[in-house]
Design a binder for this molecule. Structure first.
Ligand SMILES: C[S@@+](CC[C@H](N)C(=O)[O-])C[C@H]1O[C@@H](n2cnc3c(N)ncnc32)[C@H](O)[C@@H]1O
Length: 310
């Protein structure tokens, strides 16, 4: 399936693109949103592109490498500050940052990437296959308790303990090396849900989030993006599950309004908001949901750095 950019119109509106502005797309994917941003920039504008995935970066270089307005870097957006520390890259700061989180359709569709329980492939799940531990390596060494904790924390999987027990029992006979092997092991102890989803859906999500340190990266990435934005700059984030959205929501709220008054916290009296939420969380509209099932769980939030925050 081609990668359709999620909530495209809302992203463009949220970024409020200035023709000569500098924008960062921290999750290039296949460039659906990036192409839209670039199309609105004039010769003075700049677009900075990042992705952890070497395949995504190859596409970015092939398509945009020759455009003098574009700079490309392979790596996590959590480390965007290191890149932007070089003044030639970001100049006076960013007018907008986009994070469209999670995995891209090509990552899910190519069995060899090992993300999918529906397509048998090597059990990998790394967005950057050259860094960190694969799902197979982790499942070979983690103890039962750690596996159960990951499934519970990142997948909200109620059967986390049963699944962890089954994994540890089965790996004695043969290590988990293929996605189908893991999906079968999970299906053998967890019945199909009422919504007919595959019983391995939540476990695969959990292991993917863990292996890629997605929530840590998001927290660091939000801080780094905030630091790099100019006053008036916009932050646009699309989340695909509640754990991510909770982090984004708290991040914005923590800078947008003071916590309830508390006599033991006199510093609250001097609280100055440095970020403003632009509207509420948004969801994809019915037409998009009909055309793109990936949009079903998407939640988009927009925030603006305030002038006083400089
Ligand atoms: C949902 S896709 C983005 C799709 C893109 N907006 C488009 O329209 O084609 C998410 C992409 O973000 C990348 N990604 C996820 N977490 C990342 C991180 N912490 N740093 C950099 N890239 C990341 C993934 O490798 C994937 O290519």
């Amino acid at each position: 399936m081609p990668h359709l950019p999620v909530m495209y119109a809302q992203v463009m509106e949220g970024l409020r693109i200035r023709q000569d502005g500098t924008y960062l797309d921290g999750t290039f994917g296949r460039g659906g949103h990036a192409r839209g941003v670039l199309g609105q920039l004039n010769a003075g504008g700049r677009l900075l592109l990042m992705d952890k995935d070497p395949e995504a970066i190859r596409v970015a270089e092939r398509e945009f490498g020759a455009d003098a307005r574009v700079a490309i870097r392979r790596g996590s957006f959590a480390d965007l500050g290191e890149w932007l520390g070089d003044e030639a890259v970001a100049g006076e700061g960013l007018d907008g940052v986009l994070f469209d989180l999670g995995v891209s359709s090509p990552q899910l569709d190519v069995a060899e990437r090992g993300f999918s329980f529906a397509k048998d492939g090597p059990l990998d799940m790394r967005m950057d296959p050259e860094s960190g531990e694969s799902a197979a390596q982790w499942l070979a060494r983690a103890d039962e308790r750690e596996i159960a904790d990951v499934l519970w924390t990142y997948g909200e999987e109620k059967q986390s303990r049963r699944i962890a027990r089954a994994i540890v029992a089965r790996r004695v006979d043969a290590p988990f090396l293929r996605t189908a092997q893991l999906a079968d092991a999970i299906a053998s102890v967890v019945p199909r849900g009422k919504d007919k989803s595959h019983p391995a859906t939540r476990s695969f999500q959990a292991i993917r989030i863990f292996v890629n340190r997605e929530l840590d990266d998001l927290e660091r990435g939000l801080d780094a993006a905030y630091a790099a934005l100019k006053p008036g700059g916009r932050l646009v984030v699309i989340s695909f599950h509640s754990l991510e959205d909770r982090i984004v929501k708290r991040f914005v709220a923590g800078r947008a309004k003071a916590p309830p008054a508390n006599r033991r916290m006199p510093e609250i009296a001097t609280f100055v908001p440095t970020l403003r939420a632009i509207g509420d969380a948004r969801k994809a509209d019915a037409a998009e949901l009909a055309a793109n099932p990936r949009a079903r769980s998407a939640v988009l939030r927009v925030a603006e750095k305030l002038a006083e925050a400089a």
